[in-house]
Design a protein around this ligand. Structure first.
Ligand code: UDP
Length: 245
């Protein structure tokens, strides 16, 4: 499929149009940013690793009945996706307290939540991606009430699936961020990526709070061995997918 123009360049991916208006091509980059792009760097091989992990997870989610934008991965760092308009909302699902939840509520890192927490953040770098209330989300017309209901339901379904999948990899799913898009038929599809950039993943057999980290917190907190951790997640995901099929 021939690639046409660059539509958008984000922090981790470049999106291109293709000859088919219903299909985009996402090119995953090695660039890494944190703290609203105040910290920048490169994680060598990240584009390929995140694209591979995301591709496998989207395929598994499709098999479990969740509609995603995934079509194919024509190269290790490239994903063909269904064209969608991304809703400007970051949907965060949490199973264990970490990150901004601890900073903003005083909950202790590692507190297991009684039930998953679904939160919405405004995808707006200039405003620093603030936490939204439902009323604010509706006020700003970022999505309709019906879309919010559906997205919440889908996010919890994705969480149920991913908790089990990662458990099979010896990984504890702490929290993660999802993005959803709307296609030309007004259907909501799971979009963006699911990777160590967008999830907190802890090695289930490791208790040391630094050694257990297998995600972007290694980059955010300068814990070292970032590439190794991402690569280890990929190897475990590939093994679990093989075992499932
Ligand atoms: N997250 C993300 N992109 C963002 C913000 C958060 O992928 O712009 C992910 C993050 O990796 C974590 C989860 O969403 O898995 C919750 O992040 P949190 O709100 O704790 O913010 P952080 O501590 O990353 O600032």
């Amino acid at each position: 499929m021939s690639v046409n123009t660059k539509l958008y360049e984000g922090k981790a991916k470049i999106l291109y149009s293709t000859e088919d208006p219903e299909i985009f091509l996402a090119d995953f980059k090695d660039d890494a940013t944190a703290f609203n792009a105040q910290k920048r760097g490169t994680i060598s091989g990240k584009g390929t690793i995140n694209c591979s992990i995301s591709s496998k997870l989207f395929l598994e989610l499709e098999l479990s009945g969740i509609k995603t934008h995934y079509i194919d991965s024509p190269a290790p760092n490239q994903m063909l996706v269904k064209a969608v308009k991304i809703l400007p909302i970051e949907v965060v699902v949490r199973n264990i307290a970490a990150g901004s939840l601890c900073q903003q509520t005083g909950l202790q890192l590692g507190t297991v939540l009684k039930r998953p927490l679904v939160e919405f953040y405004y995808k707006n770098d200039q405003l620093g991606d603030p936490l939204l209330t439902l009323e604010r989300l509706l006020l700003l017309e970022l999505a309709t009430e019906e879309q919010v209901r559906l997205i919440t339901h889908l996010a919890l379904q994705v969480n149920d699936f991913l908790i089990g999948f990662f458990e099979g990899c010896g990984i504890t799913l702490v929290d993660f961020k999802l993005e959803f898009g709307v296609n030309s038929q007004q259907q909501i599809l799971l979009a963006d990526e699911i990777s160590p950039d967008t999830c907190r993943l802890w090695d289930a057999t490791e208790n040391d709070p630094n050694l257990r980290v297998m995600d972007k917190d290694r980059f955010r907190r300068d814990l070292g061995n970032v590439e190794n951790a991402y690569q280890e997640v990929l190897q475990r995901v590939l093994k679990a997918v093989d075992a499932n099929n």
